[in-house]
Design a protein around this ligand. Structure first.
Ligand code: GLN
Length: 483
């Protein structure tokens, strides 16, 4: 039963082949048995899951239907969950129980999804390896010595290991697409504003966006349908109609113009990954797509711009964790300054502290113009590059990551080398565009992802292309040995 996709589960539940309660019990047992190897969950909510599963079965018995009704999922541990620990994988919030559900959590619960628990992640979503969690590193089910990618690494590892069919993630600079690539999943970062950020603990508010991680594009369509939509409680949510993603998966790719930016194949890309990406291009050509070489000339400035803007916003967002209002408070503070200093020094891990320092520096009076303002100008140039490219093409395609999953600990002494792994994903966040990563093959037994980017609000186009690709390839069906 654990091999079933969301789409298959929906059919199985509708045909009464099994109940949501049976499925939920099976997956909870599987998590108890296998997750100790992976560390993909921070909190399991067995009682809540069984309650939700029974309620979903009752709704089905009453004639209700719906692709998510009774479907098991899990939430990255930065979505607020009423009465359930919401830790952001930080000591700072180790004891924090949210007083309300995030919009994404509430919407999925209303659709009948069954939440099995909260998944591990990089602390405050800062990272590309899921090594910075207060609860320990997450392991890649394809090779337990390797990272699963981050920051949504717990969601990715759990879905890849068939502990559950799909999970939520968030993507500020690649944290859905990159772990999807490194664990052989399909992951989608929606257009900025497509999915509500209300109740999602903020890292960099102008970049953060929630989305689905699943094994197929078909399942991403189902989960995204339950997440997307206007939310008056999020001032950056956009009131744009949400199409029926599942109904639009079967469009023909005949004549689809795919732009391949030369900057995506420059120095630093593993040549074996480049070859797999070229194979996926050939596959899409067979389906009728037309390939056009394009250029995104300002791409080389994306990493420096992102690593100013994201920490700047983080330093502001994380100022609320002051030992007074939320989370960890130090013992016996001497005075208010000591309370602030020690609570934050004890509560935040080294990567989070590094980002806060960099961000506060970039925003400080003497340096604001030199760093933050420059970075914002680059951001506009990158967006303009995309706008020009999308006048010529319908989709942009390239690798998701320059390398396959690295060994746990390999980049610990050199944070910048980890930042460089984000080179292909962060441009979509800087521009606010939707992006998807899907399986494209293996290098040394480790999965590789191909990335698709589309114009604003064209998530449906990404899912359509990915679904057609997956009907004609079988990379996404491979599962890691031992799981
Ligand atoms: N690796 C990037 C960072 O650390 C992106 C993380 C994310 O998307 N949350 O900022």
């Amino acid at each position: 039963m654990h091999q079933l996709t969301l789409a298959e589960i929906a059919r199985g539940l509708a045909d009464k082949k099994f109940s949501s309660e049976e499925l939920t019990k099976t997956l909870l047992a599987r998590i108890a048995q296998l997750d100790p190897q992976l560390n993909s969950f921070i909190t399991l909510t067995e009682d809540l899951a069984l309650e939700q599963a029974k309620a979903a079965d009752a709704r089905r018995a009453n004639g209700e239907s719906g692709a998510l009704l009774g479907a098991p999922i899990a939430h990255k541990d930065l979505f607020c969950t009423l009465g359930v620990r919401t830790s952001c994988a930080s000591k700072m919030l180790d004891n924090f129980k949210a007083p309300y559900d995030a919009t994404v959590v509430a919407k999925l619960a209303a659709a009948g999804a069954v939440s099995l628990g909260k998944t591990n992640m990089d602390e405050f979503a800062m990272g590309s390896a899921n090594e910075s969690s207060y609860y320990g590193a997450v392991k890649n089910p394809w090779n337990l010595d390797h990272v699963p990618g981050g920051s949504s690494g717990g969601s990715a590892a759990a879905v890849a290991a068939r502990l559950l069919p799909a999970a939520t993630g968030t993507d500020t600079g690649g944290s859905i697409r990159q772990p999807a690539a490194l664990t052989n999943l399909t992951g989608l970062k929606p257009t900025y504003g497509r999915v509500s950020r209300w109740g999602m603990i903020a890292y960099a508010s102008s970049l953060d966006q929630a989305g689905p991680l699943a094994r197929t594009a078909e399942d991403c369509a189902i989960l995204l349908q339950g997440m997307a939509g206007f939310d008056p409680q999020d001032s950056t949510s956009i009131d744009e109609p949400v199409p029926d993603f599942s109904a639009n998966l079967n469009g023909s790719l005949n004549g689809l113009r795919i732009g391949v930016p030369k900057e995506f194949f420059s120095e630093g890309l593993d040549t074996r990954i480049a070859e797999l990406i070229h194979n996926s291009i050939k596959e899409l050509e067979k389906l009728g797509a037309v390939i056009k070489p394009i250029s995104l000339p300002n791409m080389q400035h994306a990493i420096p711009a992102y690593y100013v803007i994201a920490p700047a916003e983080a330093s502001s967002n994380l100022s609320r964790f002051d030992g007074v209002r939320f989370g960890h408070r130090c013992e016996n503070p001497k005075d208010l300054t000591d309370l602030y200093k020690r609570s934050r020094a004890e509560g935040f891990g080294p990567e989070v502290q590094r980002r806060i320092l960099v961000g506060a520096y970039a925003l400080s009076a003497g340096y604001y113009d030199a760093y933050y303002l420059q970075a914002q100008k680059i951001r506009r140039l990158i967006k303009n590059d995309f706008m020009a490219a999308f006048n010529e093409v319908d989709i942009i395609l390239g690798p998701t990551t320059p390398n396959p999953a690295w060994k746990i600990g390999a980049k610990n002494s050199d944070p910048v080398s980890a930042y460089l792994e984000d080179v292909y994903t962060i441009t979509a966040n800087l521009a606010g565009l939707p992006g998807l990563s899907m399986p494209a093959g293996f290098v040394d037994g480790l999965p590789v992802g191909v990335q698709l980017l589309a114009p604003y609000f064209q998530e449906g186009r990404l899912l359509n292309v990915a679904h057609q690709y997956q009907l004609n390839t079988d990379w996404h069906t491979r599962s890691p040995a031992g799981f």
